[in-house]
Design a protein around this ligand. Structure first.
Ligand code: EPU
Length: 344
């Protein structure tokens, strides 16, 4: 097939506006898929030309190298279908290209419970399972039934039940064994018309009154996030830059002894999760800026890009932040956003 059959195909395409860190990046070839059926011909073209294929969702959890080889595909299909189930449950099948926050608000406005704590998380639905998005005490895996995907090598379709996705804290099979091998095409979620507010995280419970609706909870979550987290459109960032570290019990005990107010959360097998934002904050780094990059002034876990920097500069800046935490607390911070493109 000639390239004329692919009206959406772009060459040497700028991705600057397609990543929330606002990093300058170019894809050798780029195509936004407006229908799932466009994937198979796109894969055939890439195979014919010898282009490696990679995927971009909302670009909100990615660090893009300046150059991306091969064909970058972005799912643009955004269908959403609701099916009433037993006991007040409602099945939702939503496509990869649907905006996540728009889905959360639409479901909350219909009075459906399950997604409201995950309001205002940037990005597309298809990316949500990759890092098992989570906020205010809820993780995606708790409302997910299955993930529909297609393999990039031969386009075959598969549906994985939630138990097959190896979900963990900010982790899944899609970051491990299936990384770079599949396109998530649809999520199947299970929501409920029956009230099940989850208000135990931080001061969320104090922000809502009486018996709240899912919309009231979602709006309270939005208000908290707007107070703490910078809007990527105003100040480019990728949300939390580091995972909250899970450390061995004895290290946590020693740190708590020295810092009795340190936030800490018990985990399985005697381990303890610490707050990376608190650790960075304690190093006096909140608001620290070096050239184009900085630590956000209200939430130290978020690194921000003031403009004019590149991925390499960002990684070096992040390394300096992590090194300060390591030398002060003996805790190693792990990066949360994924790298995409050539970093040699
Ligand atoms: N803290 C500080 N200083 C800071 C930041 C945090 O002292 O600069 C303290 C807070 O006072 C609190 C504790 O650290 O006691 C935890 O802070 P917070 O509740 O803000 O949450 P977090 O652990 O920093 C995680 C997620 C966020 C999510 C929030 C709310 C990770 C890596 N991050 O942040 O997710 O919105 O909880 O559930 O797990 C994201 O992944 O991009 C993201 C924003």
């Amino acid at each position: 097939m000639s390239e004329a059959s692919y009206p959406e195909l772009r060459h040497d395409h700028a991705l600057d506006g397609l990543n929330t860190l606002g990093l300058s990046a170019r894809a050798a070839h780029f195509m936004r898929l407006s229908r799932e059926a466009e994937l198979a011909p796109a894969l055939a073209l890439a195979a014919q030309r010898g282009w490696p294929v990679s995927l971009l969702g909302g670009g909100s959890n990615l660090i893009l190298a300046p150059h991306l080889d091969g064909l970058v595909l972005q799912p643009g299909f955004a269908d959403c279908e609701l099916t009433p189930g037993a006991d007040g449950s409602v099945g939702v099948r939503v496509a990869a290209g649907h905006d996540w926050h728009a889905l959360v608000m639409a479901m909350a406005a219909r009075g459906l419970w399950g997604l409201e704590n995950l309001a205002l998380i940037p990005g597309q639905c298809g990316a949500a399972p990759i890092q098992n998005i989570g906020a205010y005490g809820v993780e995606l895996a708790e409302v997910l039934e299955a993930v529909e995907l297609r393999y990039l090598d031969d386009g075959r379709a598969e549906t994985l039940g939630v138990g097959e996705c190896a979900f963990g804290y900010r982790d899944s099979l899609f970051k491990g064994e299936l990384a770079g091998r599949v396109m998530i095409t649809h999520l199947r979620l299970r929501l409920s018309t029956r009230p099940r507010p989850r208000l135990d995280y931080g001061d969320l419970g104090r922000r809502v009154e009486g018996e709240p609706s899912p919309l009231a909870v979602a709006e309270a979550v939005c208000a908290i996030r707007r107070e703490k987290l910078p809007d990527p459109l105003a100040l480019p960032n990728a949300g939390s830059f580091f995972k909250n570290p899970v450390v061995p019990g004895p290290l946590a005990e020693a740190l708590i002894k020295d810092h009795p107010t340190m936030p800490h959360f018990a985990q399985p097998e005697g381990k303890v999760k610490l707050a990376a934002g608190w650790l960075i904050d304690q190093c006096g780094l909140k608001g620290w800026r070096e050239g184009p990059f900085g630590v956000h002034e209200r939430q130290a876990l978020v690194l921000v890009h003031h403009g004019g920097g590149d991925a390499r500069g960002l990684l070096a800046f992040a390394e300096r932040v992590a090194e300060r935490v390591r030398s002060r607390f003996g805790v190693v911070l792990e990066r949360e956003p994924r790298l995409m493109g050539r970093f040699d």
